[in-house]
Design a binder for this molecule. Sequence first.
Ligand code: A2P
Length: 280
Amino acid sequence: LTDTFTLNNGVKIPVIGFGTWQTPDGDVAYQSVLDALKAGYRHIDTAAAYGNEASVGRAIKDSGIPREELFVTSKLWNDSHSFEAAKIALDKSLQLLGLDYLDLYLIHWPNPLINRRNWDKANAETWRYMEDANTDGKIRAIGISNFQIEHVEALLKTATIAPMVNQLFVNPSDLEKDIVAFNNEHNILTEAYSPLGTGSLLEVPQINDIATKYNKSAAQVLVRWSLQHGFLPLPKSTHAERIEQNADVFDFALTDEEMTALDQLEGVAGTHQDASQADF
Ligand code: A2P
């Protein structure tokens, strides 16, 4: 859990992050983040849109872990796609989290709520603010989430700092091969949210067969699959024993054959709607 990837700006990021999407604000978010920190996670992933930043921040503070040992990510919501709005959004996230800097800040989706047709201009302006905040040290690394190739290409036209991360819905049922290859070519780390397919992959027989062989759980096989592809998985749970289990993945490795077999499960959980194209 203290292993790190190095981002393209030299910042080190712990290889497994604790996901908090769909974790309700209040006691549940507070307790699960505390449990994660107790279990050894040092990387917490939240977002303005998750509505739980205040509880996440409270858990971070109460854990007593020195700030510099933690890696905290948040994301800018779709109502804040401009230079000015991005500044307000970042300040609000920092205030709710009780932090004076973020380790990573992402544009949550490429689609602004307002003026959607001009998404490229909106993202470029938002990015300009994020670059400034990165240069000022208010955010140690900057990135994007749910961006497909066309969205990243548009951003790179005006960016002076290339994104360090693209966080995507990636798991054996959703390989996202094209954008993952694009990220790799551009030295952008792929973070995998919902590495367990929001839980939908945990009963898949092929995954459980592999798990049985290693005396591990399906969830642990899925986290390994992400890591061995070079992704940074962000498993989410609100149960202490699962939180621990999802990070206990460093005592086994999947074979090449097993990785290939898992890749062949594409689509097994049904079609995942590409919400980057959807209307919010
Ligand atoms: P819960 O939060 O009740 O523990 P993903 O990370 O792909 O979004 O998946 C999260 C879902 O998977 C949640 O429903 C979570 O339930 C469940 N989950 C997470 N870890 C485990 C685990 N080790 N075993 C079983 N279910 C898990």
